[in-house]
Design a protein around this ligand. Structure first.
Ligand code: HAM
Length: 420
């Protein structure tokens, strides 16, 4: 027997029904926020991903050579591809540009529940504005997207990398030391962080203050800690404006300031945010995003960019963990011939109903009435149309409601309008 590759999954019809239902909800939310859908290839030139992150990222990628020796990679995410597309084709379009996408991503991760080697992201990029209202709307979109699919328990955390690097400077960390502690901060390993800072010979009181600032959600405390620095005060003022808009205009109050958000990707600059589903445990991050810079690196004319991506598969896991009920897949009508002679008429009626836009399935096994009715139930059909010789003589069929069991004789020409 052949096995499915490690870290990948098949989706059965029932699972696909669920996935499409959630995708439709998300697509609808993106559109209500004025975003338009785009698509980019599943593989790109490898350079697109190494340009910012360097060669070390190749370890995490599905990178390969094609038959002509070109270095390619399956995309690990869509931000770099979307900015490549923007620089190539959309730079002259009126700003801001609001683009959204759904797509498979591939990472050479160690698979576990909620972490796969092939997974789907639903994401967006906002190009050409960095006003507080632009950022507040972006965060509101991420939050609304997850609320609209029905999630109840989510946590929105908002941070800022400019502020974080000022906090780093304040206790005098070198670039190498910062690089060492960032993964510890990312994983909230504060005890290990404490020891690392002691190893760097930083005074205990300074370490305690530093750890407190990383974990506080009090903006005033952070402001006091940092004191005056022009760039950083601008960022803090902007954060305050964003919070004000989130609270008062978008009515989103359920968020935390979290300066320990570091984000794994190298292109982020100022604002960063994450949404998590605490019920999911280790792989609880449902969404990540923020402001970033890639355009000038890709040869375009600089303009602000920000965006986020939602992990589609984790969103479904979170919904299942919350016990969310999904609409069942089903068909409107199942059409059954009672004997062989009725097969042709049955197919004609099936087509007639399909032309009216109904979802219709038909017995293709000639298995008789009672087995066909059982099968129709397994398809979750609403109605059955039974085609028998006596009714057919009067140009009629039997219409049966499969939920209540009620049935009546209906003229074929009146059937499409009688079904629902
Ligand atoms: P990211 O945080 O790397 O950001 O990924 C976004 C989301 O994808 C994560 O929050 C998570 O839910 C999901 N995800 C990541 N890796 C896996 C995996 N191995 N298996 C299942 N789900 C996964 C980005 O990719 C950025 N491009 C987001 C962005 C857009 N920033 C600006 N614009």
């Amino acid at each position: 027997m052949f096995k499915i590759p490690r870290g990948t999954r098949d989706f059965t019809p029932d699972e696909m029904h669920k996935r499409r239902y959630i995708e439709n909800s998300m697509r609808n939310t993106f559109q209500t926020f004025g975003y338009r859908e785009i698509q980019t290839p599943m593989f790109e030139n490898l350079e697109l991903f190494t340009a910012k992150s360097g060669e070390t990222i190749i370890e995490e990628l599905y990178a390969f050579k094609d038959k002509s020796g070109r270095d390619l990679a399956l995309r690990p995410e869509l931000t770099a591809p979307v900015i490549r597309l923007y620089v190539d084709k959309l730079q002259m379009k009126p700003k801001p540009l609001k683009l959204f996408y759904f797509g498979s991503c591939f990472r050479y991760d160690r698979p576990q529940k909620g972490r796969y080697r092939e997974f789907t992201q639903a994401g967006c990029e906002l190009i050409g504005t960095d006003t507080p209202e632009a950022y507040a709307e972006l965060i509101a979109l991420a939050y609304t997207l997850l609320k609209n699919v029905g999630l109840k328990n989510i946590k929105l955390n908002i941070g800022n990398l400019t502020v974080l690097s000022t906090i780093f400077k304040k206790i005098g960390l070198t670039k190498d030391q910062q690089r060492y502690i960032i993964p510890l901060i990312d994983k909230a390993l504060f005890e290990e962080l404490y020891s690392a800072l002691q190893d760097f010979n930083i005074e205990n009181t300074k370490i305690t203050d530093f750890l407190e600032i990383l974990q506080t959600s009090d903006l005033e405390k952070i402001k006091k800690y940092i004191m005056e620095d022009e760039t950083v005060s601008k960022e803090l003022d902007k954060l305050e404006d964003i919070f004000d808009l989130l609270n008062n205009c978008f009515k989103i109050k359920n968020y935390q300031i979290k300066m320990s958000i570091v984000r794994g990707l190298d292109y982020y600059t100022g604002l960063v945010f994450e949404i998590e589903a605490p019920m999911l445990g280790a792989e609880k991050q449902l969404c990540g995003g923020g402001a970033y810079e890639l355009i000038s690196l890709f040869g375009g004319k600089d303009t602000p960019t920000a965006g986020f991506a939602v992990g589609f598969d984790r969103t479904i896991l979170a919904l299942e963990t919350e016990g969310q009920e999904f609409p069942l897949p089903g068909v409107d009508v199942y059409v059954i011939p009672v004997n062989r002679e009725m097969v042709k008429k049955t197919l004609e009626i099936t087509q007639l109903l399909r032309e009216k836009g109904l979802s219709v399935d038909v017995d293709l096994l000639r298995r008789g009435l009672s087995k066909s009715l059982k099968y129709a139930n397994s398809l979750n059909a609403w109605k059955a149309v039974i085609v028998g010789p006596d009714e057919l003589k009067k140009n009629a069929v039997t219409l049966r409601d499969l939920k209540s069991g009620e049935q009546k004789i209906v003229k074929i020409k009146e059937l499409p309008d009688t079904i629902f």
